[in-house]
Structures are given as structure tokens and as C-alpha cells.
Design a protein around this ligand. Structure first.
Ligand code: UDP
Length: 440
């Protein structure tokens, strides 16, 4: 849902220096790109001239201040589409370079939208319409990186509140990297299989709705988030693979799974992971009234994560917390404690494969309806382990951050594991077979 705009911010005027620098950058980039693509345009000029009306189409979008923004698209011959594939699309929008020169568009700004989309932003009073629309926007970048959990209106506000020349150049740089990750959310199937693991292909919102609905219907549900490291573990660890086989929803976590999905022709819809889910889950549960139990991490960490959640969602019901270090003798006591708490959802943060094997065995005995393995989540929200900054997540670099934080523990997972995972995906792609199917 869009951030309510009952108290709309005034359109944010760009400062003089920023506006001047931005304009200079737009014109310089447009002229460079026009020069680079001129031979192509000249080559196809006769083609366009034979039927201008059919081959140069004009669409109307909403420009700055709600003014109409007319932009042309070029219809190249279809054989060029066969040759260039998806790379033809940017070429179809070449006339936008002229709009860059005359100032109707800018390189980075809110996406130019069609009039039918205005409702999504609460109308023209949204501050995004006070800015010149952009060729590239923060929302698009986050879609490419599968971290578009909030609304486009929110991403636009974030951009407008933080924009600067440095920020614009950084967004352009990150866009170049994000383009390499393959398709965004658009074209994906309901579910698919990567390395023998059957994944659901939900958006974050779908997953939240499905969790709340499972509790309402009292359908016991196990949820796992699987990243390339988990796939590597599943291939060599029978117990983990068998446990995952009994999970109801397995979600693709991280940029590695997105790349794998793209390579296998099964695009992953959104990066689903416990850490991004947690604040949204707390918000949903504080509305629905369901309660949460936090099991895992070192002593005191789960309590601190619970305090973080309660400070932001005072209506949230935390049924209990407990550290994830206990002996097999203590398991019965842990189970009885969770059962007595009456928790609806149990988050288990003990790392893969331990947490999934534990949930597979014990969820029923805890009485919780939904059980989820969430890895290092409590460490992040307790504030003990800082999370990678957003700009690094936008270019799929969260793993690099974790590697630098804990090189001793993470080097094998990332520096060796990532390559093994990519090798598996290539074998899978070219043999058309999964290396290992989940054991039943
Ligand atoms: N952990 C635990 N019990 C154990 C082993 C680990 O509670 O017996 C916790 C550990 O303290 C950490 C989490 O499990 O909070 C796993 O973190 P990791 O960074 O491995 O998870 P990831 O998110 O990378 O899967």
C-alpha cells in the first residue's frame, strides 16, 4: 500500500547547483548516445520513411506537473527483433533521447506513467509529479534486483528525499550492473524447480497473505528460504533434502537464485528472505492479532529482536523467545515452552540445515501453525550484526558484505560455494536434468 499522502510534501524543487549539474549530465549523455546510435537510425531511415505513421508511434504519458508527455517509439522490422532479441527494446525508445535534450525527461527520476496509473499514486498531488520523469528510476532498479517489496510511490518518495548528483550517478551505475541479472518480476510461472528443489514463486505480499491465511485456516505450514548455499547443502545432505521435501513453501532467497532462475528460463519473482519479511510480518501480525515466537541465536539475541519489533509495532503479540543453543535433553522443555505460549508462528533462527531439520521434526509438537527457518535474522534485528546497505543490495552484493564481516566463516560458503552452485546450474541448463531430486 502506498504511503498515505494526507499531508503531501510540496514538490521538491531541485537546488540550483543540482538542477544545473543534472541538466548538463542529461544533455551530455543524450548527445553521446545520439551520436553512438545515429548510424543505426540512418540505416533504417528509408524503412521509417516508407510509412511514418505506422512505424513511429506516439504514446501519451504524464509529465512534470501533470503536463502531457508525448513520447515516440520506433517500430523496427521484425527480423531485427529476431537478431537482437530483448536488446531491441531500448532501441525502440531512441526518441526519448530527444526528450532528454529538450528537458522533458531526465536520466534519473520517477518513471513516466500513463494516466490510468495515477490512482496508484493517489493522484497528481503525489510529489513524484513535481519532478521531471526519468529514463531510469529507483523502483525499476529494485525490480531488477527483486527487492521491490514496497510500492513504487514509496520508492519515488525515497528518491526525491535523497536525490543529489552523486546519487543519480550512483543509480545509473547500479542500473548497469542490475541489467545483467536478467528479467525482472514480469514473466514468471507459479512455481519451479531449481537443482531439484521445488520453489514457490510468490511475491512478498503473496507470502504474507498466505501465512496469515494458513493461520486463520489452521493449516500447519512449514516455510523455508533457500539460497545457493542451501542448495549446495541439500545436494550433499540427505537429512536436509528430505526435510525440505516436507516443507510446504520453499522460497528463493538472494541474487544467486535469481541468476539461476534467469539462466534456467524460470525467472524468480521476488527475493524472499526472512530478514526482509520480518518487519512486514510484524506489521501484518499486529493487525491480524496472531502471535510470534522467536527461537534461535545466542542467549539474549532473540529478546533484543523482539524488542526491536515491539518498539515499531506496539500491537504485536510476542508469545515468547528462547536462544537456539540447547542440548537434546532440553528439547522436550523447549517444545513444552513454545506450546504453552500458544504461539501461532514460530521463527527458528538456527541456520541451515539445522533449523529446517528441527522444524520438520518438531513443528507439530510446538503447536504453532506456521514454522519458518530464518537464519541470521535475529542477529540483524538485535543490532548485533549490521545488514548490508541498500545500494549494495540493489546490485546483488549482500553476500559480499557478509563475506567481509565474517571472512573466516563465510569464505567457503561464498568463494567456493557460489562457483559450485553456478556449475550445478550450468550443468542443469545444458543437460536439461536436475542433478538431484528431492528424496521423498
Ligand atoms: N544458531 C543457533 N543454534 C545453533 C547454531 C546456530 O541458534 O546451534 C544461530 C546462530 O547464532 C545464528 C544463526 O543460527 O544466529 C545462523 O546464522 P547464519 O548466519 O549461519 O544464518 P544464515 O542467515 O546465513 O543462514
Amino acid at each position: 500500500m502506498a504511503r498515505p499522502i494526507d499531508n503531501p510534501l510540496p514538490p521538491l524543487p531541485a537546488s540550483g547547483v543540482y538542477a544545473f549539474g543534472k541538466r548538463l549530465l542529461d544533455v551530455a549523455a543524450a548527445l553521446l548516445l545520439i551520436a553512438a546510435t545515429a548510424p543505426l537510425v540512418v540505416l533504417f531511415l528509408p524503412w521509417f520513411m516508407t510509412d511514418l505513421e505506422a512505424r513511429i508511434k506516439t504514446g501519451e504519458l504524464v509529465g512534470r506537473g501533470g503536463r502531457p508527455l508525448r513520447l515516440q517509439t520506433l517500430a523496427f522490422p521484425s527480423w531485427l527483433g529476431y537478431v537482437l532479441g530483448r536488446s531491441l527494446r531500448p532501441l525502440e525508445h531512441l526518441p526519448r533521447l530527444l526528450a532528454l535534450v529538450d528537458g522533458r525527461l531526465t536520466l534519473v527520476g520517477p518513471r513516466p506513467v500513463a494516466a490510468e496509473e495515477l490512482d496508484k499514486f493517489g493522484g497528481l498531488q503525489h510529489p513524484r509529479f513535481g519532478a521531471i520523469p526519468g529514463l531510469v528510476c529507483l523502483w525499476w532498479l529494485r525490480q531488477r534486483s527483486n527487492i521491490d517489496y514496497d510500492t513504487e510511490a514509496d520508492a519515488d518518495l525515497e528518491y526525491l528525499e535523497t536525490r543529489s548528483l552523486g546519487q543519480d550517478i550512483a543509480i545509473l551505475g547500479r542500473t548497469l550492473i542490475a541489467v545483467a541479472y536478467g528479467t525482472g518480476a514480469g514473466s514468471c510461472k507459479a512455481g519451479h524447480v531449481i537443482s531439484g528443489i521445488r520453489l514457490v514463486n510468490l511475491s512478498m505480499d503473496n507470502l504474507l497473505d498466505a501465512i496469515v491465511s494458513a493461520i486463520d485456516r489452521k493449516v500447519r505450514t512449514r516455510v523455508a528460504f533457500v539460497n545457493p548455499d542451501c542448495v549446495n547443502i541439500a545436494v550433499r545432505d540427505d537429512k536436509y533434502r528430505r526435510a525440505l521435501g516436507r516443507f510446504d513453501w520453499i522460497c528463493a532467497d538472494g541474487i544467486g537464485m535469481k541468476i539461476a532462475g534467469s539462466l534456467l528460463g524460470q525467472p524468480v519473482r521476488q527475493n524472499l528472505n526472512g530478514t526482509d519479511l520480518f518487519p512486514r510480518l510484524c506489521a501484518a501480525l499486529s493487525k491480524s492479532g496472531h502471535s510470534l515466537y522467536l527461537l534461535g541465536a545466542r542467549p539474549g539475541v532473540a529478546e533484543e529482536a523482539a524488542q526491536w519489533a515491539l518498539a515499531r509495532h506496539p500491537g504485536l503479540r510476542i508469545a515468547g523467545t528462547r536462544s537456539g543453543y540447547f542440548s537434546s535433553m532440553e528439547v522436550d522443555g523447549v517444545l513444552a515452552g513454545i506450546k504453552a505460549s500458544g504461539a501461532d508462528i514460530l521463527l527458528v533462527a538456527m541456520g541451515a540445515p539445522r533449523q529446517e531439520i528441527w522444524l520438520e521434526r518438531n513443528l507439530e509438537a510446538t503447536g504453532a501453525i506456521v514454522g519458518m527457518g530464518v537464519g541470521g535474522l535475529f542477529d540483524f534485528y538485535s543490532g548485533r550484526v549490521p545488514r548490508a546497505p541498500m545500494w549494495l543490495r540493489e546490485i546483488g552484493g549482500e553476500w559480499l558484505y557478509r563475506l567481509v564481516q565474517e571472512p573466516g566463516r563465510m569464505w567457503r560458503r561464498y568463494l567456493v560455494g557460489n562457483w559450485i552452485f553456478m556449475y550445478r546450474i550450468f550443468v542443469e541448463k545444458f543437460s536439461g536434468a536436475n542433478l538431484k531430486r528431492p528424496a521423498k
